[in-house]
Structures are given as structure tokens and as C-alpha cells.
Design a protein around this ligand. Sequence first.
Ligand SMILES: C[S@@+](CC[C@H](N)C(=O)[O-])C[C@H]1O[C@@H](n2cnc3c(N)ncnc32)[C@H](O)[C@@H]1O
Length: 189
Amino acid sequence: MEESSKILGPMYEKICADGAAAVDMLDLGPTPDILDIGTGSGNFAIFLAQQGYQVLTGEPSTDESRYARQQWEPSAAKMGVRNRIRFEHFDAGALPFEDNRFDGVFLFGVLHHVPEDARSNVLAEAIRVSGKDGAVILFEPLPETLEKIWVNDPQHPLAADPSVYIQDLNVHESRLKGSLMDIFIYRAA
Ligand SMILES: C[S@@+](CC[C@H](N)C(=O)[O-])C[C@H]1O[C@@H](n2cnc3c(N)ncnc32)[C@H](O)[C@@H]1O
């Protein structure tokens, strides 16, 4: 873990702990189809790839924010998982994937970066592609995590509560508290 912190920074250990808490709640099997929405620095895609999963990750080609277009590939290569991660440009509000395609759809630190009026659509799309036996897993920053983020990025948005945007969808919700993030797991009811 010391080596991975050198490559991915001091938060990576906690990202992995939160990721593991969520994965432990799922029954993904050995070769699940995994979608990671919002590549960013690639931390979560790398965590998923380290579990042995093939991961499809992406973000919109039009995103000019400081959190998009990051150099995630060198980190994935150094971590020895570049060959398990495939990148595509896509918008979570109109996913270019068929219904029921994925066993797990992960959004780590993403929903609060989506404009409020687009969040319901993003959640509906994630549920659509996650399928009957799949799950959508969202990670949103805890208040103490936001305090740390605001030191370097005072404009960073507040955390989003997915349940506010998922009201009309027929899903079951489970919640966990991680060390960095609140974790929300949704499955079709
Ligand atoms: C803070 S980063 C996420 C961190 C990243 N998951 C990681 O593990 O390093 C926010 C990401 O959300 C993505 N994003 C924002 N709006 C999006 C949308 N509509 N569709 C897909 N990704 C989006 C951004 O492009 C960026 O990659």
C-alpha cells in the first residue's frame, strides 16, 4: 500500500477501504461487467482493476473542468493494471450502452459534479444499464472530506444526496459510511 500511495497519493488507501466496503456488499462474481462513470484521476478505476475486474471507464469529451482529462494512464500502468481498464468518452446523462449491460455501475465522487437539473437523468441512466441483478454504487464526500478538498479547491460543490434525485425510480437503497465517503447502493426493486 505504501507503493500505491506514492503513485496515487495519500488518500488512495482510504479510497480502497471505501471501495472494498462497497464491493463486499455486492455479489459481483469473478468476471463482472463493470462501468466506472467519471474517470478523473483514475483512482477508482484502478481500485476496481486491482480487484481483478475488467473496467470500462469514461467521462464527457466536453468536460473542461479541473477534474477531467487527468493523466490516469501512467498511474494505471505503474500499478500494473493498465490492461484491465478501457476508456471511452461518454456522458452519464445519455449512456451509449444497452439496458441491463453491467453488473456494477460505480460513480466515485461524480454526482456532485453533475449540474443539479441533470442528476435525476444520470441516476436513471445508471439504473437502466445496471440491469435487474446489477447495482449502482455512488460515493459522495463526507463533511470532513469536503473540508480537506476545500483547502485546495474552495469552489468545490457540496456533496449530493442521490436519494433526492432517485425518487421516481423503483429501487432499493442501502447506505454505508466509509472513511472518506458516504456510500449509496441502489438495486432495481
Ligand atoms: C472528481 S472526478 C471523479 C474522481 C474519479 N472517480 C477518481 O476515482 O479519481 C469527477 C469526474 O466526473 C466526471 N463527470 C462530470 N459530469 C459527468 C457526466 N455528465 N458524465 C460522465 N462523467 C462526468 C468528470 O469528467 C470527472 O471525470
